[in-house]
Design a protein around this ligand. Structure first.
Ligand code: COA
Length: 260
């Protein structure tokens, strides 16, 4: 499928989505959100795809935020729709039911940082920079940073970033827990692919169920979350993968998972 603002590349059992507006530092415009929404639909409907890698074209930017030219046209009536349009796509990505890994290859500012946060794991290149510079534009983050950033790094550090509009480098982002791991630029994609391939060699039902349960921790009280986990644990005990995984351990051999 051809998109005008992203590239969609299907590999064996995962896909790579690349934000592709290099002359605008992959800024997130209306069309890009529509394209991303369509790509998410493709992933949802493709049983062969079990994970997604999200990255940006070029060495400079993952995404330098919402498209400020489009944003400038918003007023007090339309602004809410501007925010909801991108926010809904990011929420859909986060709830796609398959692990989404961001390979952050440069600036991840504003909506770019928010898009990375809607992914489940973030790897970054050494040149990556993160920030929520919206206050510099007289606005607040509109694609989830006020909600996801405190969940990821704690309220104080989230407020530090959001209230100052300051940028931090990849190593600082790793230190505060915004990024899982930093790699030299040339290694970013190979290492991300290595992570994904290793993950997909496990029992895929277990991988997807673990993701589902961890996401549920955001909205369930502890007692309900524990019950939710137990119920899914029980369901997995009824799968072929579970029988195979445990039998392979007992027989001292590698498991042969089929995803059933
Ligand atoms: N929206 C629209 N266009 C953007 C953009 C954005 N968020 N970020 C960058 N661009 C465009 C620039 O306007 C420029 O386009 P032009 O060549 O047609 O003038 C092009 O991308 C290159 O950006 P430029 O600013 O020249 O690169 P730089 O290396 O000097 O600076 C940044 C890089 C990321 C520091 C700078 O582009 C920036 O601050 N961008 C906005 C970040 C932001 O505030 N994001 C939050 C938006 S809510």
């Amino acid at each position: 499928m051809n998109f005008s603002t992203i590239l969609y590349e299907k590999k064996n059992n995962y896909c790579i989505i690349t934000l592709n507006r290099p002359d605008k530092l992959n800024a997130l415009n209306f069309q890009l959100f529509n394209d991303l929404n369509e790509a998410i639909k493709l992933v949802e409907l493709d049983r062969e795809i079990n994970a997604v890698i999200l990255t940006g074209t070029g060495d400079k930017a993952f995404a330098a935020g919402a498209d400020i030219k489009e944003l400038h046209e918003s007023d007090d009536l339309t602004g809410v729709h501007f925010s909801q349009h991108g926010s809904k796509v990011m929420y859909r990505l986060e709830n796609i039911g398959k692990p989404v890994i961001a390979a952050v290859n440069g600036f991840a500012l504003g909506g770019g940082c928010e898009l990375a946060m809607a992914c489940h794991i973030r790897f970054a290149s050494e040149n990556a920079k993160f920030g929520q510079p919206e206050v510099n534009l007289g606005i607040i983050p509109g694609y989830g940073a006020t909600q996801r950033l405190p969940r990821l790094v704690g309220r104080a550090k989230a407020l530090d970033l959001i209230l100052s509009g300051a940028m931090i480098d990849a190593f600082e982002a790793e230190k505060i827990g915004l990024v899982n791991k930093v790699f030299p630029r040339a290694e970013l994609l190979p290492k991300t692919i290595e992570f994904v391939e290793n993950m997909l060699s496990k029992g895929i039902l277990a991988v997807r169920t673990a993701l589902n349960c961890v996401l549920a921790a955001d909205y369930l009280p502890l007692a309900e979350g524990l019950e939710y986990e137990s119920r899914w644990f029980g369901k997995l005990c009824g799968t072929k993968d579970f029988k195979e995984g445990t039998l392979a351990f007992l027989e001292k051999r590698k498991p042969n998972f089929t995803g059933e």
